[in-house]
Design a protein around this ligand. Structure first.
Ligand SMILES: Cc1cc2nc3c(=O)[nH]c(=O)nc-3n(C[C@H](O)[C@H](O)[C@H](O)COP(=O)(O)OP(=O)(O)OC[C@H]3O[C@@H](n4cnc5c(N)ncnc54)[C@H](O)[C@@H]3O)c2cc1C
Length: 366
């Protein structure tokens, strides 16, 4: 071991999602990195709906975290309390790193995120949800955001004969900062796929059966529309995973539970603590934003360690989105304007962006 290696500062990264894996990987050469995540694998949840419709994808979207780092270590555990830079893990181990990066992401209803503490269990649950979908003639999706529409497209793209209904309280699809032209293009394609949209009125109650399982679904909107189905999926309800924060870190959360960070993605008033991805207020909840934020945090920690570079700031980017509707359909909103199925397929629909992340898992197994 050389002198420079001995002096490496320690960095603990909590969470092996898009933000955490990119931060840990970028710092692996300059710091003593410990990545902590309970599940054993990075879950490329961007492709979850594809894997639900086509189980050949299930193995591709879980990437073993012990193959990520060449120098640092992966610890399969969960942070149960973090106060300043003191991290307490479920196993009882305490960590006191020089730098701490919080990247614990968000909860999202199954099966987009499995919530499983063991990734093999997550795979099994996803396969069971696929089997249930196979047995269902009619599917109800609650939520007409990007995720719900993408799910409708995956079901219709793989099983054109299944009846699919999407309901949403909003009067139009894709609530949020999107171009109307994008909504119109997606609605044109959904109509062609025979997807029924029931918009502008809340359900009087959510279905009484568990989502993603076979069961009689019978719901009514306050506006009087009735939907019957054999399976339903919940495509709304992102919640930041910040409940393990204590002291000043807990106080740095806003009312929705998101952690407030400054332009350099530091948590104010807590020395040496950074945060990236869905847990922060830095940007919208996207894998793309988490990935860019990871680059900024890694650059800022490197700048601190080497004293050579300027610290970087993160600026929320313009609203860009790709919404595939199955492998061949969908639409995009890019800096060049709104695009159709060819763009959606080329950017995301075909590959589901899998290689962008799988390339990082090149370390020999420990
Ligand atoms: C169906 C679907 C499609 C999507 N498509 C796109 C897309 O095309 N493009 C895009 O940019 N975004 C997309 N998103 C959004 C994107 O997936 C999220 O923004 C992204 O997951 C955020 O990454 P993250 O690293 O912040 O957190 P996550 O990916 O949620 O990862 C967090 C990690 O932290 C771990 N963790 C949680 N708690 C603890 C703890 N206490 N201790 C240790 N580890 C912990 C978890 O196990 C997990 O591995 C999509 C989301 C869904 C659901």
């Amino acid at each position: 071991m050389t002198n420079t290696e001995v002096k490496r500062p320690s960095v603990v990264v909590l969470g092996g999602g898009y933000g955490g894996l990119n931060t840990a990987k970028a710092l692996d050469d300059v710091a003593d990195v410990t990545l902590v995540d309970p599940s054993g694998a990075f879950h490329h949840n961007v492709a979850s709906w594809r894997a639900l419709a086509d189980p050949a994808w299930i193995d591709r979207i879980f990437m073993p975290l012990n193959r990520l780092l060449h120098h640092g270590q992966y610890v399969r555990d969960r942070a149960v309390a973090v106060d300043g830079r003191t991290v307490t893990l479920e196993s009882g181990t305490e960590l006191h790193p020089d730098y701490l990066v919080l990247a614990t992401g968000s909860h999202y209803p199954f099966p987009a995120k499995t919530g499983a503490t063991d990734y093999q269990g997550g795979k099994d649950r996803l396969k069971a949800a696929h089997d249930a979908l196979i047995g269902a003639g009619r599917a109800l999706i609650v939520g007409a955001g990007p995720s719900g529409l993408e799910l409708a497209g995956e079901i219709k793209g793989h099983f054109p004969d299944k009846e699919v209904t999407v309901v949403d309280v909003n009067a139009d699809i894709l609530h949020g900062p999107f171009e109307q032209e994008l909504r119109d293009e997606l609605k044109r394609q959904l109509d062609k796929l025979n997807v029924r949209l029931v918009l502008g009125s809340p359900l009087t109650a959510l279905p009484s059966v568990e989502p993603a399982t076979l069961g009689a679904v019978d719901v009514t909107t306050e506006g009087g529309d009735r939907v019957e189905a054999d399976i339903w999926f919940r495509a709304f309800g992102v919640r930041p995973a910040t409940d393990y924060l204590r002291g000043d870190l807990a106080a740095a959360r806003n009312e929705q539970g998101y952690l407030v960070v400054d332009k350099q993605l530091r948590v104010q008033g807590v020395d040496g603590v950074f945060a990236v991805g869905d847990i922060t207020t830095a940007d919208r909840d996207t894998a793309g934003a988490a990935t860019y934020q990871a680059a900024v945090v890694a650059a800022n920690i490197k700048a601190d360690i080497t004293g050579e570079d300027e610290r970087q700031s993160y600026e929320a980017g313009p609203v860009l989105i790709v919404v595939p509707l199955g492998p061949d359909g969908g639409a995009t909103q890019l800096s060049t304007g709104v695009g159709g199925p060819e763009e959606a397929k080329a950017i995301k629909g075909e590959s589901m962006l899998t290689e962008m992340y799988s390339v990082h898992f090149d370390a020999p197994e420990d």
